[in-house]
Design a protein around this ligand. Structure first.
Ligand code: ADP
Length: 300
């Protein structure tokens, strides 16, 4: 079963620092590590680990970092044969300053990612695809992908992140109308709904958005799903979280896996919470678990 993931691919550079630089100041980093990033790419890796066929649809520049990013995806079993090469632009890079206060400071260069346009989303790239996932706030890509999904009879999910949430309710409503599954974290849900707490945000969005299912993740409290007038909350698992980067992408991939297997709402939430719980115990945005690891976790 092929699942296509549309959106960003980044090369993440983490610099561990003991203090943050002030203007014109040079601070020495204590450590440097790199890793693959970009929500759509992370989702594709998580899907491959779930045992489904993952196809990543995005764009890189003609530079070494883009090549490394693609190689990393290939090594995880993701099909990158439809990734666009954009000339004269560098591939997406994110620099993350990791400070002992636990708060990450990030600078993103979207670069070649922006080179992916609706015109690039052509039916031939989606041959055999059963489900399309968009991890992007770019509404023009979401609208085009909805057309493709309709044409090929695939289901579709959207995780627009903060980029989409910032656009406000009117734009979000138009972008996700008719989408099968919409994912948001609670901060994004509150932002879109202009609500002070996640409960009223979910209630408002459940009324306002015309989607198959609305899934809102609540970090260590778990996640809620709204479908056909029914709201279901499933608690997160108690684990020792060391790195929550990519938890949402891992959650979405596990949820979609259960969705495609025809499992009910409770089983989807339970399985996705379990997958994301395993992920947060491990460093790296792409440290999502394999399908059988999640099954073993649930049986333990
Ligand atoms: P995002 O990573 O998109 O901000 P969340 O922070 O809501 O999303 O996390 C997504 C999911 O990851 C949660 O719904 C939950 O299943 C899991 N999760 C996140 N943080 C923890 C935690 N501290 N303990 C257990 N599970 C967690």
């Amino acid at each position: 079963m092929i699942v296509a993931s549309i959106g960003n691919l980044n090369f993440d550079i983490y610099l561990k620092v003991s203090e943050l630089p002030g203007p014109d100041e040079n601070v020495e980093a204590l450590d440097l590590y790199t890793g693959g990033g970009g929500s759509a790419a992370n989702f594709a890796v998580a899907i491959a680990k779930m045992g489904l066929s993952a196809r990543f649809i995005g764009a890189v520049g003609e530079d070494p970092l883009g090549e490394i990013s693609l190689r990393e995806l290939r090594a995880e079993g993701v099909d990158v044969s439809f990734v666009k090469r954009v000339r004269g632009v560098r591939s997406g890079v994110v620099v993350v300053l990791v400070h002992p206060d636990g708060v990450k400071r990030m600078v993103s260069y979207r670069g070649a990612n922006l080179g992916l346009t609706p015109a690039d989303l052509t039916v031939d790239k989606f041959a055999g695809v059963k489900h399309i996932h968009l991890a992007t706030g770019r509404t023009e890509l979401i609208l085009k992908a909805k057309e493709i999904a309709r044409e090929i009879g695939a289901s579709i999910s959207v995780d627009g992140g903060t980029a989409l949430a910032r656009k406000g309710l009117e734009i979000v409503r138009a972008a996700v109308e008719g989408v099968d599954v919409v994912f948001m974290n609670h901060v994004e849900a509150q932002l879109v709904a202009n609500a002070g707490d996640h409960k009223s945000a979910v209630e408002k969005l459940a009324r306002e958005l015309k989607v198959g299912e609305l899934v809102v993740t609540l970090g260590p409290i778990g996640a809620v799903a709204f479908k056909n007038g029914r709201l279901l909350h499933v608690d997160a698992f108690k684990v020792n979280a060391v790195d929550t980067t990519g938890a949402g992408d891992c959650f979405a991939a596990a949820y979609i896996t259960m969705y495609l297997r025809g499992r009910d709402l409770y089983e989807r939430l339970l399985f996705a919470n379990a997958a994301a719980a395993i992920k947060v115990t491990r460093p790296s945005a792409r440290a999502s678990p394999r399908y059988d690891e999640v099954v073993a976790f649930l049986e333990s």
